[in-house]
Write a protein that binds this ligand. Structure first.
Ligand code: URA
Length: 187
Protein backbone atom coordinates (compact mmCIF):
# COMPACT_ATOMS: atom_id res chain seq x y z
CA UNK A 1 0.00 0.00 0.00
CA UNK A 2 2.72 2.50 0.99
CA UNK A 3 4.76 1.31 -1.99
CA UNK A 4 1.84 1.96 -4.33
CA UNK A 5 1.47 5.48 -2.95
CA UNK A 6 5.20 6.06 -3.51
CA UNK A 7 4.92 4.87 -7.11
CA UNK A 8 2.07 7.34 -7.70
CA UNK A 9 4.09 10.16 -6.16
CA UNK A 10 7.05 9.35 -8.44
CA UNK A 11 4.81 10.02 -11.45
CA UNK A 12 2.77 12.88 -9.92
CA UNK A 13 1.97 15.93 -12.04
CA UNK A 14 -0.77 17.40 -9.85
CA UNK A 15 0.99 20.75 -9.31
CA UNK A 16 3.64 22.95 -10.87
CA UNK A 17 6.42 21.60 -8.65
CA UNK A 18 6.72 18.60 -11.00
CA UNK A 19 8.31 20.97 -13.53
CA UNK A 20 11.19 21.98 -11.26
CA UNK A 21 11.80 18.96 -9.04
CA UNK A 22 14.67 16.55 -9.67
CA UNK A 23 13.18 13.77 -7.56
CA UNK A 24 9.93 13.51 -5.64
CA UNK A 25 10.42 12.54 -2.00
CA UNK A 26 7.58 10.22 -0.93
CA UNK A 27 9.08 9.52 2.51
CA UNK A 28 10.80 6.53 4.04
CA UNK A 29 11.03 4.33 7.08
CA UNK A 30 9.17 1.48 8.74
CA UNK A 31 5.76 0.85 7.11
CA UNK A 32 4.55 -0.30 10.55
CA UNK A 33 6.12 2.61 12.44
CA UNK A 34 4.46 3.73 15.67
CA UNK A 35 5.78 7.25 15.11
CA UNK A 36 5.41 9.30 11.92
CA UNK A 37 7.22 12.61 11.50
CA UNK A 38 5.71 15.12 9.10
CA UNK A 39 8.00 17.91 7.89
CA UNK A 40 7.35 20.72 5.45
CA UNK A 41 8.87 19.94 2.06
CA UNK A 42 12.07 18.55 0.54
CA UNK A 43 15.04 20.91 0.35
CA UNK A 44 18.00 20.84 -2.05
CA UNK A 45 19.63 17.64 -0.79
CA UNK A 46 16.34 15.81 -0.40
CA UNK A 47 15.39 16.76 -3.97
CA UNK A 48 18.75 15.51 -5.28
CA UNK A 49 18.55 12.20 -3.39
CA UNK A 50 14.80 11.54 -3.30
CA UNK A 51 15.00 10.98 0.47
CA UNK A 52 13.59 13.02 3.37
CA UNK A 53 15.76 14.88 5.85
CA UNK A 54 19.22 14.18 4.40
CA UNK A 55 20.54 17.79 4.37
CA UNK A 56 21.45 20.15 7.19
CA UNK A 57 18.01 19.83 8.81
CA UNK A 58 18.41 16.06 8.43
CA UNK A 59 21.58 16.07 10.52
CA UNK A 60 19.78 17.89 13.30
CA UNK A 61 16.81 15.54 12.88
CA UNK A 62 19.01 12.45 13.30
CA UNK A 63 20.70 13.95 16.35
CA UNK A 64 17.30 14.62 17.92
CA UNK A 65 16.14 11.11 17.05
CA UNK A 66 19.21 9.67 18.79
CA UNK A 67 18.58 11.93 21.82
CA UNK A 68 15.14 10.29 22.09
CA UNK A 69 16.63 6.80 21.72
CA UNK A 70 15.21 6.31 18.23
CA UNK A 71 16.62 5.44 14.79
CA UNK A 72 15.42 6.66 11.40
CA UNK A 73 14.65 3.07 10.36
CA UNK A 74 12.21 2.65 13.31
CA UNK A 75 10.01 5.58 12.37
CA UNK A 76 8.43 6.90 9.17
CA UNK A 77 9.47 10.32 7.88
CA UNK A 78 7.61 12.31 5.28
CA UNK A 79 6.52 15.83 4.40
CA UNK A 80 3.45 17.92 3.62
CA UNK A 81 4.79 18.46 0.07
CA UNK A 82 6.55 15.61 -1.70
CA UNK A 83 8.42 17.89 -4.14
CA UNK A 84 10.82 20.76 -3.47
CA UNK A 85 9.48 24.29 -3.86
CA UNK A 86 12.00 26.37 -5.87
CA UNK A 87 14.57 28.09 -3.62
CA UNK A 88 12.90 26.38 -0.63
CA UNK A 89 10.09 28.92 -0.61
CA UNK A 90 7.05 28.20 1.56
CA UNK A 91 4.43 25.78 0.23
CA UNK A 92 1.40 27.56 -1.27
CA UNK A 93 -2.23 26.53 -0.60
CA UNK A 94 -2.77 25.00 -4.08
CA UNK A 95 0.30 22.79 -3.64
CA UNK A 96 -0.82 21.72 -0.17
CA UNK A 97 -4.30 20.90 -1.49
CA UNK A 98 -2.88 18.89 -4.39
CA UNK A 99 -0.29 16.98 -2.38
CA UNK A 100 -1.78 16.20 1.03
CA UNK A 101 -4.10 13.40 -0.14
CA UNK A 102 -0.84 11.38 -0.40
CA UNK A 103 -0.01 12.16 3.23
CA UNK A 104 -3.53 11.26 4.33
CA UNK A 105 -3.22 7.89 2.59
CA UNK A 106 0.24 7.28 4.05
CA UNK A 107 -1.06 7.95 7.57
CA UNK A 108 -4.02 5.64 7.00
CA UNK A 109 -1.74 2.87 5.70
CA UNK A 110 0.76 3.17 8.58
CA UNK A 111 -1.81 3.89 11.31
CA UNK A 112 0.78 5.21 13.81
CA UNK A 113 0.17 5.88 17.52
CA UNK A 114 2.01 9.18 17.33
CA UNK A 115 2.32 11.89 14.69
CA UNK A 116 5.00 14.52 15.28
CA UNK A 117 4.40 17.62 13.23
CA UNK A 118 7.64 19.44 12.50
CA UNK A 119 7.02 23.17 12.19
CA UNK A 120 4.06 25.39 11.37
CA UNK A 121 3.02 23.96 8.01
CA UNK A 122 2.68 20.37 9.21
CA UNK A 123 0.98 21.47 12.44
CA UNK A 124 -1.46 23.73 10.60
CA UNK A 125 -2.40 20.85 8.30
CA UNK A 126 -2.72 17.99 10.80
CA UNK A 127 -4.48 19.56 13.81
CA UNK A 128 -7.59 20.84 11.97
CA UNK A 129 -8.14 17.30 10.65
CA UNK A 130 -9.08 16.45 14.23
CA UNK A 131 -11.09 19.61 14.85
CA UNK A 132 -8.25 21.36 16.69
CA UNK A 133 -7.39 24.94 15.85
CA UNK A 134 -3.62 25.15 15.43
CA UNK A 135 -1.73 27.73 17.41
CA UNK A 136 1.72 28.96 16.33
CA UNK A 137 4.41 26.36 16.88
CA UNK A 138 6.10 28.69 19.37
CA UNK A 139 3.07 28.28 21.63
CA UNK A 140 2.19 24.61 21.29
CA UNK A 141 5.52 22.86 20.70
CA UNK A 142 6.11 19.92 23.02
CA UNK A 143 2.46 19.49 23.98
CA UNK A 144 0.93 16.04 23.71
CA UNK A 145 -2.46 16.34 22.04
CA UNK A 146 -4.59 13.21 22.39
CA UNK A 147 -7.27 12.57 19.82
CA UNK A 148 -9.68 9.66 19.49
CA UNK A 149 -10.65 8.61 16.00
CA UNK A 150 -13.24 5.95 15.27
CA UNK A 151 -10.43 3.46 14.77
CA UNK A 152 -7.92 4.29 17.44
CA UNK A 153 -6.27 6.64 19.84
CA UNK A 154 -3.72 9.01 18.31
CA UNK A 155 -1.18 11.30 19.91
CA UNK A 156 -0.09 14.43 18.05
CA UNK A 157 3.04 16.22 19.21
CA UNK A 158 3.77 19.53 17.49
CA UNK A 159 7.50 20.29 17.46
CA UNK A 160 9.73 23.02 16.16
CA UNK A 161 11.16 22.21 12.73
CA UNK A 162 14.75 20.86 13.07
CA UNK A 163 15.96 23.60 10.69
CA UNK A 164 15.21 26.07 13.50
CA UNK A 165 18.47 24.94 15.12
CA UNK A 166 20.42 25.67 11.93
CA UNK A 167 19.20 29.30 12.08
CA UNK A 168 19.39 29.63 15.85
CA UNK A 169 21.70 27.22 17.71
CA UNK A 170 20.35 28.50 21.05
CA UNK A 171 17.09 26.72 20.25
CA UNK A 172 18.68 23.29 20.43
CA UNK A 173 17.86 22.80 24.09
CA UNK A 174 14.20 23.66 23.48
CA UNK A 175 14.03 21.05 20.73
CA UNK A 176 15.81 18.42 22.81
CA UNK A 177 13.26 19.00 25.59
CA UNK A 178 10.37 18.51 23.13
CA UNK A 179 11.93 15.28 21.94
CA UNK A 180 12.23 14.13 25.56
CA UNK A 181 8.45 14.53 25.75
CA UNK A 182 8.18 12.23 22.73
CA UNK A 183 10.58 9.70 24.28
CA UNK A 184 8.51 9.74 27.50
CA UNK A 185 5.35 8.79 25.58
CA UNK A 186 7.04 5.69 24.16
CA UNK A 187 7.85 4.05 27.51
N1 URA B 1 12.91 20.03 5.65
C1 URA B 1 11.73 19.39 5.61
O1 URA B 1 10.70 19.90 6.06
N2 URA B 1 11.69 18.19 5.09
C2 URA B 1 12.76 17.58 4.60
O2 URA B 1 12.63 16.45 4.13
C3 URA B 1 13.99 18.27 4.66
C4 URA B 1 14.04 19.49 5.19
Amino acid sequence: MLKEIAVEIQACRKCGLCETRNNPVPGEGDPKAKIVFVGEAPGYNEDMQGKPFVGAAGNVFEELLASAGLKKADVFVTNILKCRPPSNRNPVPDEIRACTPYLDRQLKAISPDTVCTLGNFATAYILPKFGIRPDAIGKIHGQVINVDTLEHHLRIIPMYHPATVAYNPNMKKVLIDDWKVLAGTQK
